[in-house]
Design a binder for this molecule. Structure first.
Ligand code: IPM
Ligand code: MN
Length: 383
């Protein structure tokens, strides 16, 4: 008998455990309703609580343990809150958030996918009515770039101190992320056509395409990796004549995300630039409370992918039952979709979860509801 699909549930810190609890309730309903061959195990690490007790955020063999799972569902890491407790156990960000980067690196989760769609009911921050049509997918290079954590501090603490922070860009990682962007553009165009929706993007030679990939760099100042990205993009784009191409410098991209976000389809960006752009994209699509995220390894089926919302641990509202679980639920829907590549029943459950969460959002525009209330409303829809 084939082994069931296994999820490692790591609630983490702050609002993480609150939003994960609601998500697990929804997963339980879906599993029972469709007899899904899905199991999960809850881990008390990585977390501040674990660090307080054991002196480390997670056990030394954490990655080995997690490798036995098909996916990791992570709540949030960081300041556990509540902020009005001055004696809460705090760690420097570089320690508390390290497990996130260790997992991305250790499992070579080289793609970070962050979709930004303004769904009905979500808060529209931009006044322009065309902002309703925002529908982009930001693909962040997730394995190297500005996040390789190489460098150091020389003459620390003296007036002559020197800090170096290296950025590393390999052709292999560049090619794979750009090619992934083009593939997603094609998939998105095919999905739109099957749903009877179309979009059109102009190419430089005056043709019109169903989809687009916009490459973001800062090649006017950071020319070495910028030029390599540009050359790889130009070469790979030849394999995708059906996809329009575009380039933006990251500063201009920030401006255009606000000015005309509806003009973007797939956006490919480096690790840091993608990180910054996706906080902005999250706000354009209704805020951190609704923004999903996935860290994927599309090439090695033995490596678990990790699913965590774009938001952090929100210590200002932690422990009060106020956090919106919508982002975590949308993230879980994408996890089921991902796991559903091997099991169509799981993929169908992912679609069902997405639709239930989207319907709940559409019916409750602008209402202030607690974490549990939103979770219960969605559970009820699924039951
Ligand atoms: C994110 C976060 C992380 C990142 C931090 C917590 C290290 O901001 O997932 O976007 O920068 O990747
Ligand atoms: Mn971020």
């Amino acid at each position: 008998m084939a082994q069931s699909t296994r999820i490692a549930v790591t609630p983490g810190d702050g609002i993480g455990p609150e939003v994960v609890a609601e998500t697990v309730r929804c997963l339980e309903i879906l599993r029972a309703k469709h007899s899904l061959d899905l199991e999960w195990t809850r881990f008390p690490w990585p977390s501040h609580a674990w660090h307080e007790e054991h002196g480390e955020s997670m056990p030394a063999d954490a990655l080995e343990q997690l490798k036995a799972y098909d996916a990791i569902l992570l709540g949030a890491l960081g300041d556990p809150g509540p902020m009005d407790d001055p004696n809460r156990y705090l760690l420097p960000d570089s320690i508390s958030l390290a497990p996130l980067l260790d997992m991305r690196k250790g499992f070579d989760q080289w793609v970070c996918e962050r979709p930004a769609r303004l769904l009905p009911g979500a808060r529209q921050y931009l006044a322009d009515e065309r902002a309703r049509d925002i529908d982009m997918l930001v693909i962040r290079e997730n394995s190297e770039g500005e996040y390789v954590s190489q460098g150091g501090r020389l003459r620390k603490g003296t007036p002559d101190e020197v800090a170096t922070q290296m950025e590393v860009f390999t052709r292999k990682a560049t090619d794979r992320i750009i090619r992934y962007g083009f593939e997603q553009a094609r998939n998105r165009a095919a999905d739109r056509v099957s749903e009877g929706r179309t979009r059109s993007f102009r190419t430089l030679d005056g043709r019109t395409c169903e989809s687009q990939v916009c490459l973001v760099t800062k090649r006017n100042a950071l020319r070495y990796w910028g030029d390599m990205y540009t050359e790889a993009f130009d070469e790979i784009s030849k394999e995708y004549p059906d996809v329009a191409t575009h380039h933006e410098l990251v500063d201009a991209a920030c401006m255009k995300f606000v000015q005309s976000p509806w003009a973007f389809d797939v956006v490919v960006a480096s690790n840091l630039q993608g990180d910054i752009l996706t906080d902005l994209a999250a706000v354009l699509s209704g805020g951190m409370g609704v923004a999903p995220s996935c860290n994927l390894n599309p090439t090695d089926p033995d490596m678990p992918s990790m699913f965590e919302p774009t938001h952090g641990s929100a210590p200002d509202i932690a422990g009060q039952g106020l956090a919106d679980p919508t982002a975590m639920l949308f993230t879980a829907a994408r996890m089921l979709d991902w796991l559903g590549r091997k099991d169509p029943a799981i993929a169908a459950a992912g679609k069902e979860l997405f639709e239930a969460v989207a319907a709940d959002l559409a019916e409750n525009p602008g209402t202030r509801r607690g974490t549990h209330e939103i979770g219960s409303a969605i559970c009820q829809r699924l039951s």
